[in-house]
Design a protein. Sequence first.
Length: 277
Amino acid sequence: MTINQFISFLILIISFTACKDVKDVEKVNEKSEIVSSDLIVDHFNIWVKNPTKAKERLTDIGFYAVPDSLSLIHTGQGTTGKYFYFLNGYLELIFVYHQNEFDANNALNTALDFKERVNFETNGASPFSIALQVKEYNIEKIPFEKIRYHQEWMEENESIYSAKNSKINLKEPSIFVVYPEIEATKFETISDLKNIPDEYAFARSFYKHPNGAEKVTKISITTTGTNTQTETITAINGIENISIQNGKEHLMELYFDNNIQDKTIDLRPELPLIVYL
């Protein structure tokens, strides 16, 4: 296993009568329970225009960033990211690094929302994406309409599945499902980092943040125009410790370790992000 393969392994959702209201709530609750049992947050993205400044804002408050030399390049997509690993997932600051490749990919994949998301500053699109894992991986368990996305570097039977609704309603976060080979590696505790092979011991430092953050325990995303009753958003809101709601601006709020340090850090305007440590 090469270093890049290992890094890829680490990084690679007015009723008519009172009676009907009750029944609809019961159905939503039942569906949420099913969704919750099948879906897990893998990682989350923020589209950025100035990745260097965005990265600095996070490192300035004590987050350790994966070295740029080891950051995954999305071959064929024209994008890459600045990465921040946590025990149960990671944050990617995603941006365009090769405009021609980016444009060519969008011309081939017209049903996807990359070119709209990258222009979030002018078109009002949400700059956020949520990547999901499906337990006991089976694409039939994805509870919303989906679009298959495949690149040449993926095996023939491997694909990412994007929510169809992410292209239709740009004001809500983009949602997609990753396949097992690129799922984020998760650790229960800091001591479990010893399970990373000694030859890649350098990667253990990626999870050890000077500010003490270890796990993301809650993700709250505010949008400026989401229909929270769609299959896609219902699915996401059915996952434990994540919520999507409407508000006055696009905003992501990340809670680490149940806000044990009782610290709040607002990174706006450089990043639409509030961190709770």
